[in-house]
Design a protein around this ligand. Structure first.
Ligand SMILES: *Cc1c(COP(=O)(O)O)cnc(C)c1O
Length: 387
């Protein structure tokens, strides 16, 4: 089966990890510092804080923005459940903004409408989390204008989008948001096995997140509130977690960063081949908004009911039967049983639901061989009865 996503591990990656195993630091040490500096410099953000995964990074990002019980957090229904769950960890209430049928990202028009209504009702969100679905950046400038107008914070869930660009800036610059979060899960654009990172230009948010990663504990005497008992002194200043990334993982991340641009270029080459091959087959292919350059974490197509005489489910099964590890991203979060208990129901977000009914994710990663790409293109043609 050709997987929809897969890591690419080089000899340099292996060597980097092995070197750390013989060093003094296995967890948070010099490789974490180096990895953070590398990613923040790449993105043009002032600070980066590594974490054990992106879910943890979202949790500490929301916490740093003081999201708490009873606050309202809005995001897209077409995302991984973690985007919403991290707000639930803090007791916040979740609501969703329907997607744009073209970009499949949270719709800025729907957001603006919903904000107008929410202001009248006196229940505005504290935080909005745009998700750069498949690696395509949301229109952040417009979202940040609304953030100023309506007074909410913005965290970019950029789990799909490291290596992508928004206008002439790398995703992660935080030019139009408070915090941006990346994931380094093996299917994502670069990997550390498990791993995540939160970037920000705000020194107060950075300091809070640094504490949250490691129990809220500091050994920095300039931050301490009480007179030191001795050289062993440490202080717990806030209620944090153990969200540390290990130095083995950070070393893998540093090595993967050297190939990030090549990975994204290769993803674009394959996506371009798909675009061209599928142009006249009657399926929906990814739109490329003019304000961005995608990291192309995922290549999703829309299979209209009946194309090739098949439903989406039948097309999915026919592709799996041909050894193509297609997938579906994502079941709309509001339709999950856990979220339905808060009153969400089918019909709440029609664009997200109609996207989901047709969505199929095709394999897209730098390790795909020419033979695999040809097989995928040919199979889609056969299954859609276009050849
Ligand atoms: C993968 C993913 C996450 C969670 O990332 P982890 O590193 O696996 O915790 C969050 N949001 C989105 C959109 C994702 O795709």
């Amino acid at each position: 089966m050709i997987g929809y996503g897969r890591q690419s591990i080089s000899q340099a990656d292996r060597d980097a990890v092995l070197t750390v195993l013989d060093s003094d630091y296995l967890t948070q040490g010099p490789k974490n510092v180096e990895f953070e500096e590398l990613v923040s410099a790449y993105c043009g953000a002032k600070q980066a804080i590594s974490a054990c995964n992106a879910t943890a990074a979202l949790h500490m990002a929301y916490a740093a923005l003081n999201v708490e019980v009873g606050d309202l957090v809005w995001t897209s229904p077409i995302t991984f459940v973690a985007t919403a769950n991290a707000a639930r960890f803090l007791g916040a209430d979740i609501d969703f903004v329907d997607i744009d049928p073209l970009t499949w990202n949270l719709s800025v028009e729907r957001l603006e409408e919903k904000l107008r209504v929410a202001r009248k009702k006196g229940r505005l969100p504290k935080l909005v989390v745009p998700v750069h679905f498949t690696g395509q950046s949301c229109d952040m400038e417009r979202i940040s204008q609304l953030a100023k107008e309506y007074g909410f914070s913005v965290v970019e869930d950029a789990a799909h989008a490291i290596g992508g660009r928004y206008h002439d800036m790398p995703v992660g610059s935080c030019r139009y948001s408070d915090i941006t979060v990346f994931s380094f899960h093996p299917v994502k654009v670069i990997t550390t096995g498990e791993g995540g990172m939160a970037l920000t230009n705000n020194p107060v948010l950075a300091e809070r997140m640094r504490l949250f990663v490691t129990h809220g504990v500091t050994r920095d005497s300039t931050l301490m509130q009480l007179p030191a008992d001795g050289p062993w002194s440490y202080e717990m200043l806030s209620l944090g977690w153990n969200y540390r990334l290990t130095d083995m993982q950070a070393a893998l991340g540093i090595s993967q960063m050297t190939r990030l641009d090549d990975f994204v270029t290769r993803r674009h080459e394959i996506a371009g081949r798909y675009d061209q091959a599928f142009a006249d087959m009657g399926l929906g292919t990814p739109y490329r908004a003019e304000w961005q350059y995608s990291a192309f974490h995922l290549y999703c197509i829309r299979w209209p009911e009946g194309l090739g005489g098949l439903s989406r489910l039948q097309a999915f099964e026919a592709l799996r039967a041909r050894g193509i590890g297609v997938n579906v991203h994502y079941i709309p979060v509001h339709l999950q049983p856990y979220y339905r208990q808060f009153g969400f129901a089918p019909g709440d977000f029609p664009q997200a639901e109609s996207y989901y009914k047709e969505a199929i994710t095709l394999p897209l990663h730098p390790s795909l061989t020419e033979a695999e790409i040809t097989h995928i293109i040919q199979s889609i043609g056969e299954v859609a009865q276009a050849v």
